[in-house]
Design a protein around this ligand. Structure first.
Ligand code: ZN
Length: 350
């Protein structure tokens, strides 16, 4: 504020014919003094959102200028795979990729270094040291296979599958990755509904196979509920509630982040909203369950493939969906179960 006040004082000294243009940037437009925004001072406002596909490609171009790149590195593909990343994220991605390449003494940064870096940035580093029990691994394999199979079989708009893994990353025990084909600025209702069904898939698979669910599905449930609530309260995607906005967002302290919501509706309306949210989630839950019931053999095969290969990619998934078997050399297991570790330890002692 002091800077701005000083600026205002200085600016008043300019004559209108001096041809001086002053540009300033802030991420707190909400706290600016109205005096600053008056005509003749800062009277044009340009919102700079996160970069789109072309923007990301250009930004990657800037940050890779001094990085020796392998011949197959395609910045457009990278830009495509990094929707929602801001300039600083992309810079970080390039740095990570360079570090990963340097660690194995490569003279050039290659595409798979970028791929590893992207996964690390998006989902945290792999935690191969995390020791899970055989049971946890099986649970995770079926959970992720559930997400993946629902993703593959759902009709209508969705992001295609990219890869599925049971190698723990960050706080997640496994991961089903979808790769958007384009930047998504608006979600259709079908897309939102499909997303909920996909989120439900993991939990349903666990329930089908083991007859009980684990806490691993907690985050999925939270995200699905959140999405359903937004469909009802913000996007007018519930016929029963109509195209109205429920719950006024006030105090937008930061751009694009909503703070506490105050309710502007009656308890009766609140009950109806809850019922609608429940209906949407339940409907998608049923759709996901039907898919998994119908394709149970593929679900089993996919989970087994995950336990064998730990990570399966799009072509593996296509093979399984086509009723085939993955035919590639079985990799050396990197994930060790608690049982295996104990066995190794007791062998050493003998
Ligand atoms: Zn999940």
């Amino acid at each position: 504020e002091q800077t701005l006040n000083q600026l205002l004082v200085e600016m008043d000294g300019f004559e209108s014919n001096e041809g001086v243009v002053i540009i300033a940037a802030t991420n707190r437009p909400d706290v600016l003094d109205p005096a600053i925004l008056r005509p003749g001072r800062f009277d044009r406002r340009v919102m700079i959102p996160r970069p789109d596909l072309l923007g990301r490609e250009a930004i990657l171009g800037v940050h890779t200028r001094k990085v020796p790149l392998g011949p197959q590195v395609d910045l457009e593909v990278l830009a495509r795979a990094t929707p929602g990343m801001a300039g600083a994220d992309l810079e970080n991605l390039v740095n990570e990729a360079a570090l990963i390449a340097a660690r194995v003494d490569k003279s050039q940064v290659e595409m798979d270094d970028f791929e590893t870096a992207r996964e690390k940035v998006l989902m945290g580093a792999e935690r191969r040291s995390l020791v899970m029990s055989e049971k946890d691994l099986r649970n995770t394999a079926f959970h992720e296979a559930g997400h993946a199979l629902v993703t593959a079989k759902l009709k209508g708009e969705k992001d295609p599958l990219h890869k599925v893994t049971i190698i723990p990353r960050g706080r997640a025990l496994g991961m089903t990755m979808q790769l958007p084909t384009e930047d998504r600025y608006a979600m259709t209702q079908t897309y939102a509904e499909n997303q909920i069904a996909i989120l439900m898939g993991g939990r349903i698979a666990e329930d089908m196979i083991f007859g009980e669910v684990t806490t691993g599905a907690g985050n999925d449930i939270e995200r699905a509920t959140d999405l359903a609530r937004k469909m009802v309260c913000e996007w007018g995607m519930s016929e029963a509630m109509g195209p109205l906005s429920y719950g006024q967002k006030n105090g937008e302290v930061f751009l694009g982040r909503d703070f506490n919501q105050s309710s502007d509706y009656s308890q009766n309306t609140a009950d109806k909203i809850d019922a609608e949210v429940r209906r949407i989630v339940h409907e998608q839950h049923e759709i996901a369950r039907n898919i998994l019931d119908e394709h149970r053999t593929i679900l089993d095969k996919m989970a087994e493939a995950l336990l064998t290969y730990e990570t399966i990619d799009k072509s593996d998934i296509d093979t399984l969906l086509g009723g085939g078997d993955i035919e590639r050399a079985k990799p050396e297991k990197k994930l060790k179960t608690r049982e295996q570790l104990e066995e190794e330890r007791s062998k050493k002692q003998n």
